[in-house]
Design a protein around this ligand. Structure first.
Ligand SMILES: [Zn+2]
Ligand SMILES: [Zn+2]
Length: 312
């Protein structure tokens, strides 16, 4: 009799455990764009001021990178970790995240939507950008430290091929978005375009001086230094320079599709690297035969040129 009862209760417990596991599996994710293992650009925009390591702790330099973005834009955690600081010092609101490898990232000026001690995952919104970091444009200052040593956040993002979070991100409840006028032209938020901006020259024949020339891709107007994300996964098959395309990269995607990204200011992914969709592989520029900052994006299928806009 007793043995039977024990057996019954074990059965009941097993059922209960299975039920709990099923409930746990149905819990919603922390954030739609959250991803514990990845790194993310905290905001997508051109790098308008690079890292300049100070020679001494007290000397001048730039202890991070400035990424231009409009005040009010959501800022996401570049990597998973916990909030080790959030507050205002000398009128500047900042957030520091301590990551699981001991590195710390700091974000300023940001109106925080997180609290000290809270854990965050990469890609999770931690606040919104405030105005005023530079005199000329609103920008996020992203710092990176190991102990007391300042490191280059751009090199860190590039080493991991950080991802570009999609344009649609949910703000945590109760966060007030400051109403500041937009700094630049409003551009189409196309989630799988490599950059977001207006098409300044479409694919196809176009006048070129006295003749017409075939434009093998689309030109998307963006400031120099803007992160370029691969629209689809694939392998970086070429990282090179020529007089016409300037610094360019070729990514081979599944299905015989190939993308060429040209006039870049900086290559971030190395040749041979496998990249996931939305990974940032380069920064836009105006190298080669180019009259201004833009991204030239060309695509082909099995060697035949086609309009990138027919694929998105
Ligand atoms: Zn700065
Ligand atoms: Zn072009």
């Amino acid at each position: 009799m007793r043995a039977k009862q024990t057996l019954l209760s074990i059965r009941t417990l097993t059922c209960l455990a299975a039920l709990l596991a099923a409930v746990a599996m149905q819990l919603p994710p922390v954030n739609a764009s959250a991803d514990v293992g990845s790194k993310y650009w905290p905001v997508i925009g051109p790098v308008i001021r690079p890292f300049n390591k100070p020679t001494q702790a007290w000397s001048a330099g730039h202890r991070g990178i400035d990424i231009a973005a409009t005040a009010g834009t959501p800022i996401v955690a570049a990597a998973s970790g916990y909030i080790s600081w959030t507050g205002v010092v000398a009128g500047v609101a900042s957030i520091t995240i301590t990551h699981y490898d001991g590195l710390r990232t700091s974000y300023l000026p940001v109106a925080s939507s997180v609290t000290k001690g809270q854990t965050v995952v990469a890609g999770e919104i931690i606040g919104v950008l405030l105005a005023g970091h530079t005199d000329t444009a609103d920008a996020l200052h992203l710092g990176l430290r190991r102990g007391d040593e300042y490191l280059d956040p751009l090199a860190w993002l590039a080493s991991s091929l950080a991802r570009a979070a999609g344009p649609i991100r949910l703000l945590p409840e109760g966060v007030q978005v400051p109403t500041t006028p937009s700094l630049g032209a409003v551009s189409p938020a196309e989630s799988n375009w490599p950059v977001t901006g207006p098409i300044t020259s479409p694919y196809g024949w176009r006048p070129w001086g006295d003749e017409t020339r075939f434009h093998s891709g689309v030109d998307i107007g963006v400031p120099c230094g803007t992160p370029v994300a691969t629209p689809w996964p694939g392998q970086v098959v070429s990282v090179a320079y020529n007089w016409s395309l300037g610094n360019y990269m070729v990514v081979q995607h599944p299905g015989g599709i190939r993308s060429t990204f040209a006039h870049l200011s900086e290559h971030l992914a190395r040749e041979g690297t496998y990249v996931e969709a939305r990974e940032v592989i380069a920064l836009s520029g105006t190298t080669g035969e180019s009259t201004g900052c833009h991204l030239h994006w060309a695509t082909s299928r099995d060697g035949t040129s086609l309009d990138p806009m027919s694929l998105v």
